[in-house]
Write a protein that binds this ligand. Structure first.
Ligand SMILES: [Zn+2]
Length: 311
């Protein structure tokens, strides 16, 4: 009964959104049906898209799995929803945005993925319909099978609103009358959240945990491309800019020492569940993801398809 009710409500909702209401139906009725993107698995490769608020956010949360996908020939696109033009202590504006765009491109190149930077101002992102449509278009153009994004619980408003915007794009990506300049997807992708440490109103719950021990160097290499962030802005904010080595090799070691954290106890439990006790307990570096309820809910077969490197 509960399911039937949910279906009825959903159908009604779809009808309302798809122009079933009598607003301008005559002109629309004579137009051909909007083109719909076909299921994107024709060549057997996955299309993964990840959204971060700033150029360097996706790298920290999903750089490891991105390297693993790329190594298997799957397509990955990282999208920074803002251009990062506020993230520096001595630089800013268009010059900083250009620098960060180049850093993001280089980071993507280092692991073999695409990196897109949208031109929204850093520190000013809001969950507007315009921004939502930017996200919807990105997901549709990429024909995404899996969408990754932050949860809307975070210290930074741009992070929170990126989470909210991606949530708001879930389901809407299949509605042809929304952002009608970009063909709608035929099915709602799977959406998952990046790991974070925030506890309220609820803590991150790792549904999937992936060992990235085999690609941790690639991930650090990717992060190393964001010079303005990892070696300048973030240490300046933390008050430890004087501890950053000048020499390129030494600062990369410093990056590993300060950024390559061990799995939390919740992530460790998820690793053990998936890899077994011996392998799961031996993992040194992991990335974890929580299933978002607003995307397609993946069963175990789908999870295995979406994370082909899991045992
Ligand atoms: Zn950020």
């Amino acid at each position: 009964m509960k399911r039937l009710h949910a279906f009825t409500v959903l159908s009604w909702f779809t009808l309302c959104l798809s122009g079933g209401a009598p607003v301008g139906p005559v002109a629309r009725a004579q137009e051909p049906s909007p083109e719909r993107t076909q299921p994107p698995s024709a060549d057997g490769k996955l299309n993964i898209i990840a959204f971060g608020a700033h150029p360097d956010d996706c790298d920290q949360r999903a750089g490891g799995v991105a390297a693993k996908y790329a190594a298997l020939g799957h397509r990955v696109r990282f999208v920074a929803v803002t251009n990062g033009d506020a993230g520096h202590q001595t630089e800013g504006g268009g010059a900083l945005a250009a620098r960060r765009r180049a850093e993001a491109r280089e980071a993507g190149r280092r692991i073999g993925i695409e990196y897109i930077v949208l031109d929204n101002h850093d520190g000013e992102l809001l969950p507007t319909v315009n921004a939502r449509e930017q996200i919807i278009r990105q997901i549709r153009q990429w024909k995404a099978d899996l969408v990754l994004a932050p949860r809307p619980n975070d210290y930074h408003p741009d992070h929170r609103y990126t989470g909210a915007l991606v949530q708001d794009a879930a389901y809407m990506v299949v509605v042809p009358n929304v952002a009608p300049d970009t063909p709608a997807l035929r099915r709602n992708p799977v959406f998952m959240y990046f790991q974070d440490g925030f506890q309220k109103p609820n803590a991150f719950s790792p549904d999937i945990a992936v060992s990235i021990d085999d690609v941790i160097d690639k991930k650090l290499d990717m992060m190393d491309a964001h010079v303005s962030q990892f070696y300048e802005w973030l240490p300046w904010v933390a008050g430890n800019l004087d501890t950053v080595p000048k020499d390129a090799a030494a600062r990369k070691r410093w990056l590993r020492d300060t950024r390559a954290a061990a799995p939390t106890s919740a992530v460790r439990a998820a690793l053990v569940k998936r890899y077994g006790a011996e392998r799961g307990n031996a993992v040194r570096h992991a990335e974890a993801f929580e299933i978002c309820e607003y995307g397609t809910r993946p069963d175990d077969t789908t999870i295995r398809k979406l994370f082909p490197f899991l045992p």
